[in-house]
Design a protein around this ligand. Structure first.
Ligand code: OSB
Ligand code: MG
Length: 368
């Protein structure tokens, strides 16, 4: 496949509800949408960057810069056998995995379409439905949170994740468990604690949580390994796992028992597949995380969640949990059994609504 054209656009969409985590609040969600033409097919992907370096050091501006000045010139005009070659093309660029993933994942969409196969199939997926979960932000009051949880349970989400931070943790979980003793419940701290908070983290161990996600520093593996030995609840790492080597090290020293794989965070599908495989070979499971994506990024996440090593519910909710109107058709819907269907059409399997996309586009540039 020959890379003939790459298009970047900054897209900004308004969430139906503000989303608050330990690192801040989001209402206007930006992203960079990548469109690539290879031979005679078009592929799409999404870079879930924010305006500021909060979840990751990468931002809308850094991703655009790295793409325009390095990744795109190194990729345009290339002839590839498979997107699996892409990580090697950009390996001279340190970090900037989200920028890299944007091109890598659009290449996977092209690759699948060139074979007239759905993306999930070329990635090695084995399921036609994935188990959905919902991630609920920090609210003003616990009552408000309980109302949202009830709404999500009524909608049919089989697993609830809540965001926690110091001061919004044990009491909140205690209250949820009083109201809902048996639901599948997990918490995500987005790196808000240190080992000085051991007391709090130990208390969270008493509530039969499915896992505690990224309690400690966003680069840490060592302190998590120490913590995992002191608590029985599984630790799940998100921010700390940026490449296959991180996952291997985390396994060796026991930093976690679960990995949240976000393809954007690890540079794309190729590395995501490797991490999933490594974790499965060692008898452990992963799930696919979300970054409040539009239907384009969601389609990629859904395809990845069909891999055999994904044994926990993923942070992949229906389109209507995020947006008034998504930019793809059909929108992603929640089935009665709490699953989401994996698209069967070629590539990402959903159609991009270019008129809708146009409405939300703030900047566009074509490279050829
Ligand atoms: O840590 O998983 C996270 C959203 C933005 C940034 C980081 C995270 C999240 C979520 C949302 O938890 C998951 C979703 O897309 O529904
Ligand atoms: Mg997380």
């Amino acid at each position: 496949m020959k890379v003939r054209l790459i298009e970047l656009r900054i897209v900004e969409m308004k969430l139906k509800e503000e989303f608050e985590t330990s690192f801040g609040k989001t209402l206007l969600r930006p992203c960079i949408i990548v469109r690539i033409i290879c031979d005679d097919v078009e592929g799409w992907a999404e870079i879930p960057v924010e305006y500021g370096p909060w979840y990751s050091y990468e931002t809308v501006k850094t991703a655009w810069h790295i793409l325009e000045d390095y990744i795109i010139p190194w990729t345009l005009g290339r002839e590839l056998e498979s997107p699996r070659e892409f990580p090697n093309i950009v390996k001279g660029i340190r970090g900037h995995n989200m920028a890299k993933a944007g091109v890598e994942m659009a290449l996977w969409d092209c690759y699948a379409r060139l074979q007239s196969k759905p993306l999930y199939e070329v990635l090695g997926g084995v399921r036609d439905r994935i188990v959905s979960g919902v991630s609920i932000g920090i609210k003003r009051t616990v009552d408000e949170l309980i109302n949202v949880i009830q709404r999500r349970l009524d909608e049919g989400y089989p697993r609830i994740k809540i965001k926690i931070k110091p001061g919004w943790d044990v009491e909140v979980v205690e209250r949820i468990r009083r109201e809902y003793p048996d639901i599948m419940l997990q918490v995500d701290a987005n790196a808000a604690y240190t080992l000085n908070d051991l007391e709090t983290l130990r208390k969270l161990d008493d509530y039969n949580l499915l896992m505690i996600e990224q309690p400690l520093d966003y680069n840490d593996l060592i302190d998590h390994s120490y913590l995992q030995k002191l608590i029985k609840t599984d630790i799940c790492l998100d921010e700390s796992i940026k490449c296959l080597e991180d996952a291997v090290r985390a396994y060796r020293i026991g930093s976690c028992r679960v990995v949240n794989i976000k393809p954007a965070r690890v540079g794309g599908h190729t590395t995501s597949i490797e991490i999933q495989k490594f974790w499965m070979q060692h008898g452990l499971g992963v799930w696919i995380g979300g970054m409040l994506e539009t239907g384009i990024g969601r389609a990629h996440n859904v395809a990845l969640a069909s891999l055999p090593g994904v044994i926990y519910p993923s942070d992949i909710s229906a389109s209507n949990r995020y947006w008034e109107k998504d930019i793809v058709e059909p929108e992603f819907m929640l089935n009665n059994d709490g699953t989401i269907d994996v698209p069967k059409k070629p590539g990402i399997g959903v159609e991009v609504l270019e008129k809708e996309l146009e409405k939300h586009t703030r900047r566009i540039k074509i490279y050829r």
